[in-house]
Design a protein around this ligand. Structure first.
Ligand code: BTN
Length: 227
């Protein structure tokens, strides 16, 4: 596996696209990004002190309707890394990792599908380590508040975890909100629901107004669950 570390880049997810077409897995890391991207077209603030990396992976024989396993794999790698540095992480479906209820990490996956399979997966991870969180207004967490750690140590650990195997059941073991009440935003509508379970294709099954529905992260976002 080729591993590159850049001082500065627009977005590691964009930079890594030059390697598409090859068969080799590649990881590109950057000390900072000037145009970091999040999900749903949002930007992702990427100041020095955080870990910003993208892995270009070539899963063997992964059906397109199981593409969520790439997200699950990345989320588990982040959770294991966070635990190694003293945090008690949980996954906020589908792609955020929280510590102490605040966002520690976000994941942006871009899959390249071919003939019903995931041919390549661009797995982008941003993880707060020692970066200044002031601009994020109290909604973010960082690893250096859990243990004395450097960006380099966290980056190495995350790469090591990405190279290990993980499965959907491990993803579920870090999801804590099933069975609880949540607030669902669907377009302009916001309504209460109970989160039932996450399906293997990554959709969330909810119960609202006596009806059970399965919705993707592209269709809804969720917030404010209670014990
Ligand atoms: C999110 O929280 O919405 C996802 C954030 C993903 C950020 C990472 S940082 C490395 C990679 N490069 C990007 O531009 N985005 C991802």
């Amino acid at each position: 596996m080729k591993i590159e570390l850049l001082e500065e880049v627009t977005s590691t997810n964009d930079f890594i696209r030059q390697y598409l077409g090859g068969e080799e897995d590649v990881i590109v890391c950057a000390k900072r990004q000037t145009a970091g991207r999040g999900t749903k077209g949002r930007s992702f603030l990427s100041e020095e002190g955080g870990v910003y990396l993208t892995a270009l992976l070539h899963p063997k024989d992964l059906a397109a309707d199981r593409a969520f396993l790439m997200m699950a794999h990345a989320a588990v790698a982040v959770c294991r890394t966070a635990e190694a540095f003293g945090a008690d992480p949980e996954i906020k479906w589908a792609n955020d990792i929280l510590a102490g209820g605040r966002k520690l990490s976000g994941i942006l996956i871009e899959n390249i599908l071919s003939e019903g399979k995931v041919h390549a997966s661009i797995v982008g991870i941003g993880l707060n380590v020692g970066n200044d969180l002031a601009a994020l207004g109290g909604i973010a967490a960082r690893l250096c508040d859990y243990s004395a750690c450097t960006t380099e140590e966290v980056r190495s650990r995350l790469i090591a975890e990405l190279r290990k195997k993980s499965g959907f059941s491990e993803y579920l073991s870090y999801v804590k909100f099933c069975g609880r009440e949540i607030s669902v935003r669907e377009g302009a509508r916001e309504y209460p629901a109970v989160a039932r379970r996450i399906l293997p294709d990554g959709r969330l099954e909810i119960e609202a107004d006596g009806e059970i529905r399965s919705l993707s992260a592209a269709e809804i976002s969720i917030s404010a669950w209670r014990q």
